[in-house]
Design a protein. Structure first.
Length: 251
């Protein structure tokens, strides 16, 4: 475990010492600021019973834009930069297992991803204090939103890690991850169940819909099926990443 935590610290150190990490956080906060401005306009113009977390994290496109753009930038250097700089061979010949390397890189990216969202939640909590309205931000909905972001982050980051393991070019890795992310999000866009002609197909598409899952999380509803889905996808991409790393170790 000592080697694993050392690798995680190495990944976090690289993320915070590189300009890219701060650009990711700054750009994400800039987009989140525009999202908050849009949210304030909607709250001032129309009355709504929906939690503010649902309005921001599920109804607004800003959140999905941040998620889809942020995760490829975070993960593109994970393996691709190691190969480009020539440190990949040293890492693979070190006395560490393939799973330790994969999980350490995923954990480092995941922790950086979560830390980048902390200022955003601080702003929402600050707005709740300024307005003096306890119903402005329901604690249960806030907790569900945090879990939703964590599960979505795991799904998208694991896909980005897999993309980075396929190439030595960070740009190509980012593009592959971006296409996967857009594909996962686009699969959630569908017509109403009635237009599909089958209620069964509607339930299946709801089960794999990341936007549908985020709506439930943002309302404070933790659906076990959504949790299983995200964990399964995350494990699947991590398994693929491990297979790529394992294959290239023996080349």
């Amino acid at each position: 475990m000592g080697i694993f935590f050392a690798l995680v610290r190495r990944e976090l150190g690289i993320a915070f010492n590189a300009l890219t990490g701060y650009v990711v956080v700054s750009f994400s906060l800039l987009l989140a600021g525009f999202g908050l401005m849009d949210l304030m306009v909607r709250l001032n113009s129309d009355r709504t019973d929906a939690p503010i977390t649902e309005m921001f994290f599920s109804e607004g496109l800003i959140f999905w834009l941040i998620l889809i753009l942020m995760t490829p930038v975070i993960t593109m250097r994970s393996f691709a930069a190691e190969k480009a700089l020539g440190t990949y061979e040293s890492l693979m010949t070190a006395p560490v297992g393939d799973w330790q390397v994969v999980l350490a890189k995923f954990t480092g990216a995941f922790l950086f991803f979560l830390l980048s969202w902390l200022p955003m939640f601080g702003v929402l909590i600050g707005l709740r204090q300024v307005t003096g309205q306890t119903e402005f931000l329901d604690p249960l909905a806030l907790g569900g939103s945090i879990l939703g972001i964590a599960f979505l982050g795991g799904t998208y980051l694991s896909a980005g890690l897999f993309a980075s393991s396929l190439t030595r070019s960070q740009i190509i890795a980012a593009m592959i991850s971006l296409l996967i992310g857009i594909g996962v999000w686009a699969s959630s866009l569908r017509p109403d169940t009635g237009a599909l002609g089958s209620e069964r197909w509607g339930r299946i598409l709801d089960h794999i819909s990341v936007t549908h899952h985020m709506v439930d999380f943002a309302r404070g509803m933790i659906d076990g099926r959504a949790v299983v889905f995200h964990l399964s996808v995350t494990i699947f991409f991590l398994f693929l990443t491990h297979r790529v790393v394992e294959t290239r170790r023996w080349k």
